[in-house]
Design a protein around this ligand. Structure first.
Ligand SMILES: C[S@@+](CC[C@H](N)C(=O)[O-])C[C@H]1O[C@@H](n2cnc3c(N)ncnc32)[C@H](O)[C@@H]1O
Length: 188
């Protein structure tokens, strides 16, 4: 092909692909709107959640509604835990993946663009939550049915109604007392 014609072809291809989204890979469409909007847990509260959940190197830490992945990434970085980031919003999953890559722990984490009410949680040893009172209650029966006895559940801010926590810690962060609750799945 003559150079002038090749340049013309390249120009047409560039303009066409920009218009059709080839230049940038768009995130896949969301499954449905999130039940709770993204609000990240502050770093000091994340650390307190990991302490309360007694996270260690043998744990598999799930964050149901993981946002930018900070809780699971911190568990992997600080303690060598493995983890699963679940979020219904594909943009959050992309952010989590990128943050895990930058933190050097991408090999320890699985990323799921799924509904937390439907995702498989059976291999978790610790489950982290920062959701809403209603969503905690919708999850509660699943947690009690599907998690193995001894699995710890830690929730930032929201409790589980009449399932009383075994421990509550209050962390002063951003000028507010932020409660964190711990439950352990009982023997069946
Ligand atoms: C308050 S943010 C918490 C983010 C993170 N866990 C943290 O503490 O930093 C709640 C997250 O839950 C996600 N979410 C809401 N409804 C969901 C659902 N049904 N399934 C999965 N993720 C959901 C939102 O997209 C958002 O990222």
């Amino acid at each position: 092909m003559k150079p002038a014609r090749a340049i013309l072809f390249a120009l047409i291809a560039a303009v066409w692909s920009a218009g059709h989204g080839w230049a940038q890979q768009p995130a896949p469409p969301a499954l449905r709107a999130p039940d709770v909007r993204f609000e990240p847990t502050a770093t000091d509260v994340v650390q307190a959640m990991l302490r309360l959940g007694k996270v260690g190197g043998r744990d598999v830490v799930y964050d149901l509604g993981c946002g930018d992945g900070r809780i699971v990434i911190s568990a992997a970085r600080r303690f060598g835990a493995r983890g699963v980031c679940v979020d219904i919003d594909p943009q959050r999953i992309e952010e989590s993946r990128e943050n895990a890559r930058k933190a050097g722990v991408i090999d320890r984490i699985q990323f799921r663009n799924e509904d937390l009410l439907a995702t498989d949680i059976g291999d978790a040893t610790v489950v982290m939550l920062f959701l809403s009172p209603g969503l905690n209650l919708r999850l509660r029966a699943r947690l009690l049915r599907e998690l193995r006895p001894g699995t710890r559940v830690v929730s930032h801010w929201h409790d589980m109604d009449d399932w009383k926590p075994q421990e509550t810690v209050r962390v002063r962060s951003d000028g507010r007392e932020r409660p964190i609750y711990l439950w352990t799945i009982p023997a069946r």
